[in-house]
Design a protein around this ligand. Structure first.
Ligand SMILES: NC(=O)c1ccc[n+]([C@@H]2O[C@H](COP(=O)([O-])OP(=O)(O)OC[C@H]3O[C@@H](n4cnc5c(N)ncnc54)[C@H](O)[C@@H]3O)[C@@H](O)[C@H]2O)c1
Ligand SMILES: N[C@H](C(=O)O)[C@H](O)COP(=O)(O)O
Length: 341
């Protein structure tokens, strides 16, 4: 359900009132009854709540119904809009842990998360920069990669939630190569058979022959060469300022970026409304909205549910791909692939 003080409950209600979502999956909400009731009212949705303490939704769920596992019973002062609390952060932690557990034991096929406030998660004593790192730990310490995807562009990140000043020391040969590998393997599995990857430079103009930095020649180019030797269709390092123009025109299936804002600024410029965050490298399927808790909009009914809907639909499609193709079979599409799903 995400942060009870943010827009999570209302965008969930809006998404679950849409037959395009409920037609492709049987959603089970992990959250707080009062927060979801409030979200339904804010979204103006015609939905009723059915408690599902131990059950998943039935094969033929009743229309207009939200199946809810109540994992918290927050007091009104613990879910004031725009006012995160440690209790709310702790509740988010429980929702995420329970969802991961249900995915790991096969009770559910996938999880899609609404936004959390990272500060409130940490104020509750859970020291994680976000869902991504928490899920990596909960599911066995896998190396994970954050991908954000829309119809025109997909980006993956070598470094995620890090201070910009630390990025150069974190961009290592091993990290760049493993990000390329995980991007390639995950795209091959879920989205397209032979993905074409562009790998970005860290510095302007690829370091301009060493004038503006040498990470390109020391680290990124050797990592790209190593990936190519493994049969991965990756090119780079390429200058970030121009590459996105070509990637958005369909030149690449994903762009491997060195740091958070290098990739997420172009992605959100093109896809703020409908982008989906996917955690690659986990043993479970996890998607998420591409935006935050939007405290300025919480309770106003103005928040767009489009990214929440897209995250639910993508999670369901990924789960169906596993069911229909088997876990190791990539989708049957040829070279290059439609983005977003
Ligand atoms: N998936 C996640 O859990 C996730 C993702 C991003 C940010 N966050 C967290 O959210 C908190 C707030 O982050 P922020 O302010 O940088 O980003 P934000 O996305 O919450 O807000 C940025 C701007 O976008 C607008 N906005 C966000 N979602 C919208 C929607 N659905 N419809 C219309 N407008 C929308 C907001 O009103 C605000 O003006 C932080 O704690 C951050 O870490 C969580
Ligand atoms: N970097 C993401 C974004 O800006 O959308 C976001 O913070 C989500 O992170 P988690 O999925 O790890 O919570």
């Amino acid at each position: 359900m995400g942060d009870p003080s943010g827009i999570g409950p209302e965008i969930i209600a809006a998404a679950l009132a849409d037959p395009a979502v409920t037609g492709i999956c049987r959603p089970l909400v992990l959250g707080d009854r009062v927060a979801i009731e409030r979200g339904i009212a804010v979204a103006g949705a015609q939905l009723s709540i059915v408690s599902a303490p131990d059950l998943v939704p039935p094969v033929d769920p009743a229309p207009g119904t939200i199946y809810l596992r109540e994992l918290s019973a927050l007091q009104p002062d613990q879910m004031l809009y725009g006012r995160p609390t440690p209790a709310g952060g702790d509740a988010c932690y429980r929702y995420i842990c329970t969802a991961a557990g249900l995915c790991m034991d096969g009770t559910v096929a996938a999880m899609a998360t609404a936004p959390i406030n990272k500060e409130s998660l940490n104020s509750a004593g859970h020291q994680f920069p976000g869902h991504t790192e928490l899920l990596a730990e909960l599911t066995g310490g896998h190396e994970v990669v954050m991908m954000l995807a829309g119809d025109r562009l997909r980006v993956t990140l070598v470094t995620i939630h890090e201070a910009l000043s630390r990025v150069p020391e974190l961009v290592t040969f091993d990290r760049v190569l493993s990000t390329i590998r995980i991007t390639h393997d995950s795209l091959s599995r879920w989205f397209c058979k032979t993905p074409r990857l562009a790998v970005l430079a860290l510095n302007p103009h690829c370091g301009e022959g060493g004038m503006f930095g040498d990470e390109e020649t020391r680290i990124i180019a050797p990592a790209v060469a190593a990936a190519r030797e493994e049969g991965i269709d990756a090119v780079g390092p390429l200058s970030a300022d121009t590459l996105f123009h070509f990637a958005a025109q369909g030149g690449y299936d994903a762009v491997v970026c060195m740091y958070h804002d290098q990739g997420l600024i172009p992605l959100k410029l093109l896809h703020f409304d409908d982008g989906v965050n996917v955690t690659l490298g986990l043993p479970i399927i996890r998607t998420s909205v591409d935006h935050g808790t939007a405290y300025d909009l919480a309770g106003t009914g103005k928040a767009s549910p489009a990214s929440m809907k897209a995250a639910l639909v993508m999670a369901a499609q990924m789960a169906q791909a596993v069911t229909h193709a088997g876990p190791q079979d990539p989708s049957p599409s040829g070279r290059g692939c439609p983005k977003g799903g």
